[in-house]
Design a protein around this ligand. Structure first.
Ligand code: ADP
Length: 213
């Protein structure tokens, strides 16, 4: 019910009531240089929508939304593109040794693997590389496409997806990151990276900014 968009005048009324309530319709009208009759529809909407409450002989007062309500409203506005990172990709034929170097140099925990046409074919996590390293294989000649998690088993997202939905995917699949992709007729283009760190950042910012992003 509180999802309605307020117009400028309605927002002003809410602000007046917030600052001065309880306040009568007459007094609100006076502050806006309008008549009580002009304001009647706005006050009716604001009361019905739950922004304001009215008591006879007392006037209007601000009910406010609960902090949790505001928080979840703001949370549901955040999209992947608001918090995405740059993807770090390696070619499917590079060696595990080179992928480990890339992971250190680029300071990321997940690498995305692409084919010659730059389309997504796999994912490499820290543990994938560790697992390969404790075997007897020669890391400088072992290509990453032997050890990577491959398509079609890759969890992806798009930049317009909601951040909370991606958070859910990370939890359900027990993974740390997903590639942000753009679907083309030839394959999946990697356009970004969304990790637990991005979500932590959004969480912290949301806590320090009541009005959201
Ligand atoms: P780590 O293995 O370092 O704990 P993750 O939890 O991200 O890191 O990875 C767990 C496993 O899931 C790895 O084998 C990895 O290849 C795979 N994985 C990671 N990200 C994805 C993804 N987006 N889609 C599918 N599999 C993934």
């Amino acid at each position: 019910m509180n999802q309605i968009e307020l117009n400028k005048r309605q927002e002003t009324i809410v602000q007046i009531v917030k600052d001065n309530g309880p306040i009568t319709g007459e007094q609100i009208a006076e502050r806006l240089n309008l008549t009580r009759a002009t304001l009647r529809p706005d006050l009716a909407i604001l009361t019905m929508a739950g922004f304001l409450d009215a008591r006879p002989r007392v006037g209007y007062f601000y009910t406010g939304k609960s902090g949790t309500q505001l928080l979840s409203e703001n949370l549901l506005k955040i999209q992947v593109k608001d918090y995405q990172s740059i993807p770090v990709v390696v070619h499917e034929n590079v060696s595990v040794y080179d992928a480990i170097c890339t992971m250190f140099l680029e300071d990321v925990g997940t690498l995305f693997v692409v084919d010659r046409a730059s389309h997504l074919v796999g994912v490499l996590s820290r543990k994938d590389l560790l697992r390969a390293s404790i075997g007897k294989q020669e890391l400088t000649t072992l290509p990453v496409n032997i050890i990577m998690t491959r398509m079609p088993n890759i969890t992806v997202c798009e930049k317009d997806d909601l951040l909370v939905d991606v958070g859910l995917k990370l939890i359900e699949k027990q993974i740390d990151a997903v590639p942000i992709i753009r679907e083309t007729t030839e394959g999946l283009e990697v356009v970004g990276r969304l990790t637990k760190t991005n979500i932590t950042k959004a969480f912290v910012e949301l806590a320090s900014n009541e009005n959201g992003p």
